[in-house]
Ligand binder design. Structure first.
Ligand code: ZN
Length: 492
């Protein structure tokens, strides 16, 4: 099948045909989590969005190197109360070694991602493990003349860079507007311009995580780690850089400036951003008290939640919107996703029990082709889901005996669900995280017994057929003979 995969590039602001820099291979960098707290819904959206892109690129036959970093050096967003670095503050409060705090939250992040069926990236580099590379990168920017040292810190010289290149090309902002919008902030007297950003920051005595450098004992600026680790693992130019829309400015704008300053050219071909999640129309934020962590979603333990929602329901909820649209969380929206999940999984199971007819009594559209077209059009997952629902109608009508389906059509529908629902959307039938293999084996074993019983019935071997039915019934299974086959479930 010929694919015409187009993807929206935030840099050109249009959908562009996807053509990697190197034939058959894709380099993809996605800004990963800052590990000083539990992952919340805002972490789930980029993780799921770029998981879909990763899965689709691999499905199209590309070899993908997917790098997702761990921000663990504490970036420049200081805690408002004390001005301390967030990881350092947690460490002081919880009496832990800073790297112990990092590992604690990283382990929990990995558990949440596994529950959401997000595939692990190829490389997950820590900013704290790349201090030497970041220092070398700063030296290159200094040598190029686009940075200066001030009181032990090193700042990127935005106005100077803007004279030679264009600062603001990704966000579409211009430097005069930015200057007039900037308020005087603490520590700014070190900078030549309020727009300049730190490449290296001298550590204050309270700051726990710090490293030696030619300029001071300190720590790297947040924007720097992504330019440095992107170059290290994907080369001076690579295909995709992704992240949430909240990172487009200043983080990604600064990354472009850093690469142009250090390398003399841009690093990234396609900039891809997922839109944000609001909670009942409001931005997520401390002041709204509406940060709901993923584990709270999974166990229902938050005042805004009417009940617990399983990881697969959260995943489907995210995929029911296009990644470039905003998504608003509400209990009603999640309950709609829960119903959709139940319907799709019931249909998938029913698909395994359909008895084929000689000929289909209705024409089944080519849903596989339609779903590929939807994925090729900037990963239109809501469109894929709506085709799966159309296909579900046909499957359920066949199960109810209202229409007939040929074995060829049943096989195509099965392929449709296997490829799009399971492999590409990454929806697992069983929602018990970590126990998927066991439940697959169990479902397969019961399906096999159904098959044996069906054959026994065809050969009028009633003894075997009744034995299987009665034994399974004793074990708590509900077996229903339908016009077109058999359905089973476990009695509630
Ligand atoms: Zn980043």
């Amino acid at each position: 099948m010929k694919h015409n995969f187009v993807i929206y590039n935030s840099l050109s602001r249009i959908k562009q045909p996807f053509k990697p820099l190197h034939e058959g291979m894709v380099g993809m960098y996605v800004c990963g989590p800052t590990v000083y707290g539990d992952a919340h819904l805002g972490h789930a959206r980029p993780a799921v969005t770029f998981d879909i892109l990763y899965r689709y690129l691999r499905h199209l036959g590309y070899k993908v190197r997917y790098v997702r970093n761990i921000t663990d050096v504490g970036h420049l967003e200081h805690d408002a109360d004390t001005g301390e670095d967030k990881i350092a503050k947690k460490a002081r409060l919880e009496q832990l070694e800073p790297m112990e705090v990092v590992q604690l939250y990283l382990n929990r992040y990995h558990e949440d991602m596994k529950a959401l069926n997000v595939l692990p990236p190829s490389i997950e580099p820590h900013a704290s493990g790349h201090i030497i590379e970041q220092i070398e990168y700063i030296k290159r920017i200094l040598d190029a003349g686009y940075a200066y040292e001030s009181n032990g810190s090193v700042y990127f010289d935005v106005p100077k860079f803007n004279k030679d290149h264009n600062y603001g090309k990704l966000s579409g902002r211009n430097i005069e507007d930015m200057i007039s919008a900037t308020r005087e902030l603490d520590g700014q007297e070190e900078k030549h311009s309020p727009l300049d950003f730190a490449l290296w920051k001298k550590a204050s005595p309270e700051h726990i995580m710090h490293w030696p450098s030619p300029w001071s004992e300190g720590f790297p600026g947040w924007h720097l780690e992504c330019s440095t680790m992107g170059e290290k693992y994907l080369g001076e130019t690579f295909d995709i850089h992704g992240g949430g829309l909240d990172l487009l400015f200043p983080h990604h704008e600064c990354e472009i400036a850093q690469s142009v300053a250090a390398q003399g050219h841009e690093a990234v071909k396609y900039w891809i951003h997922n839109n944000m999640i609001t909670i009942e129309g409001k931005k997520m934020g401390k002041s709204y008290n509406n940060f709901i962590t993923l584990s709270q979603f999974f166990n229902g333990d938050h005042p805004l939640l009417e009940k617990a929602y399983s990881p697969m329901v959260i995943r489907l909820f995210i995929l029911m919107a296009h990644y470039r649209s905003t998504v608003d969380f509400s209990n009603a929206a999640l309950q709609a996703a829960e119903k959709a999940f139940q319907k799709l999984t019931d249909t998938y199971r029913r698909l395994g029990t359909l008895l084929p007819a000689e000929k289909s009594s209705v024409e089944i559209p080519d849903y596989i082709q339609k779903c590929y077209e939807a994925m090729d059009d900037d990963l239109n997952t809501p469109q894929v889901i709506s085709y799966l629902f159309e296909a579900s109608k046909a499957i359920n009508s066949a199960a109810a005996g209202e229409i007939k389906l040929s074995s060829e059509d049943i096989a195509k529908l099965r392929h449709l669900f296997d490829v799009f629902l399971i492999d590409l959307l990454g929806i697992k039938m069983s929602d018990e995280s970590g126990n998927n293999n066991a439940s697959k084996a169990y479902e397969g074993a019961v399906d096999l017994l159904m098959e044996i019983r069906k054959n026994a019935k065809l050969q009028k071997d009633w003894a075997t057929s009744d034995l299987i039915r009665n034994k399974l019934s004793e074990l708590g299974f509900d077996i229903k003979d339908t016009k077109s086959g058999v359905e089973w479930s476990v009695k509630g």
